[in-house]
Ligand binder design. Structure first.
Ligand SMILES: Cc1cc2nc3c(=O)[nH]c(=O)nc-3n(C[C@H](O)[C@H](O)[C@H](O)COP(=O)(O)OP(=O)(O)OC[C@H]3O[C@@H](n4cnc5c(N)ncnc54)[C@H](O)[C@@H]3O)c2cc1C
Length: 369
């Protein structure tokens, strides 16, 4: 049995940032990851879009960026289009996740790849975690193992409400860089909306990478009748058809995005971070920065409560710190999400506002009311 202060399950952005923070705060930590991490390793369905501020925050190397974007093009299926300015980067998730995990390892965290957590039990105040290879023991557990979180399932935590889960379908379509630039523009991401005739409670996207177009579709799971047929509807839009002609499919992958919080985020020294806790923007589905920051906040919470000898306040301190940093806004966005996707009139009102304001501003200044 190998002993650590903190065991982190999952080496996505949430787990890696938690591990980095743990090492920097003097805790011994071990990240268990079931896949192999490498630039061409495990594929993760993701647009890979992030704000430029995040690239700067982590000093992400420019040569690892697939594309820099300056505009979001918001297409309503009835033909009305809206354009939004905003600089950001598109990354390939295997490369990005590996970069973050390397940061954690460089800080002093131990990484165990190809080790899937298969069981965990609380015994005498500690957690005993078994993988396909070994056994580990720690006082704290960080569940950073994604939306389906096997960790939280084993602990019997409740899953998300069905209206808080979006099913996505992603296809990576190989084409050429000049063709992408000519049809989508070299610096634009494209999003497609339309409640009545395309997707109720969701949207679809074309995101250019170096020589691939990521085609995605996501819809609230409780409203789906036949995902394949509904996805095909998007595929037949003339603009989409033109963009994808002569391309070949390399990857097909369905995946879930939580768009509301899990009923709890903490219990008995276990913290849910990132997608495991549903800590995602409910309007856009953006989750990378919130996974990173919630991982870091979980560790800061442990440190603060240990220093003050207030371990009974771990749960409330975690949620309060998350609220202060960004969760309060995400909670408000969850309410506005239902308003936006109520009908096309509301949706267009939002798209019009989004062209000029940040989504957080629309929500906090109640511009949708
Ligand atoms: C189609 C799609 C498009 C998206 N586009 C964007 C976008 O453009 N921008 C953005 O910011 N966000 C986007 N997101 C959301 C983003 O991908 C997630 O919010 C983010 O990956 C969450 O990070 P995480 O660390 O919480 O979990 P994950 O990234 O899911 O990582 C979980 C890790 O846990 C590991 N794991 C699981 N089970 C076990 C186990 N039993 N033992 C050990 N390890 C385990 C997994 O292998 C994985 O590496 C998108 C999501 C989807 C589905």
């Amino acid at each position: 049995m190998k002993n650590f202060d903190i065991i982190i399950i999952g080496a996505g952005p949430g787990g890696s940032f938690a591990a980095k923070a743990a090492a920097e705060n003097g805790y011994s930590s071990c990240i268990l990851e079931k896949e192999v991490l490498s630039d061409n390793g495990r594929y993760k369905a993701c647009g890979g879009a992030m704000a430029w501020e995040l690239v700067e925050e982590i000093d992400y190397p420019e040569d690892k960026i697939e594309r820099v974007f300056e505009f979001l093009e918001l297409h309503h299926i009835d033909g009305e289009n809206f354009s939004k300015k905003g600089k950001g980067a598109i990354v390939w998730r295997s490369t990005f996740d590996k970069f973050l995990t390397d940061m954690a390892v460089d800080s002093g965290a131990l990484l165990k790849e190809k080790e899937a957590m298969i069981n965990l039990e609380k015994k005498n105040g500690s957690y005993e975690v078994s993988t396909n290879k070994d056994k580990y023991k720690a006082k704290y557990v960080i569940a950073a193992d994604g939306v389906s979180s096997p960790t939280l399932k084993l602990l019997g935590w409740p899953f998300f409400k069905s209206q808080d889960v979006v099913l996505t379908i992603t296809k990576e379509m190989k084409t050429t860089k000049p063709y992408i630039n000519s049809i989508l523009g070299s610096d634009s991401l494209h999003f497609f909306f339309g409640i009545k005739d395309l997707i109720p409670a969701g949207y679809a996207w074309l995101i250019p990478k170096i020589d691939k177009i990521t085609v995605g579709w996501g819809k609230q799971i409780d409203l789906i009748k036949n995902s394949r047929e509904e996805f095909e509807k998007f595929w037949t839009l003339p603009y989409v058809k033109e963009a994808l002609k002569n391309s070949t499919m390399e990857i097909f992958k369905p995946h879930l995005i939580p768009v509301g919080l899990r009923p709890k985020l903490y219990e008995e020294n276990v913290f849910a971070v990132g997608d495991a806790g549903g800590i995602v923007d409910p309007i856009s589905g953006k989750g990378i920065p919130y996974a990173m920051w919630s991982g870091q906040i979980a560790i800061e919470t442990i440190k603060t409560c240990e220093i003050k000898d207030r371990l009974e306040r771990l749960g409330t301190t975690y949620e309060k710190s998350l609220d202060r940093r960004f969760l309060k806004i995400l909670k408000a966005k969850r309410i506005v999400r239902d308003k936006i996707f109520k009908d096309d009139e509301n949706l267009k009102k939002f798209l019009r506002l989004w062209g000029k304001h940040r989504a957080s501003e629309i929500v906090m200044k109640k511009l949708m009311d």
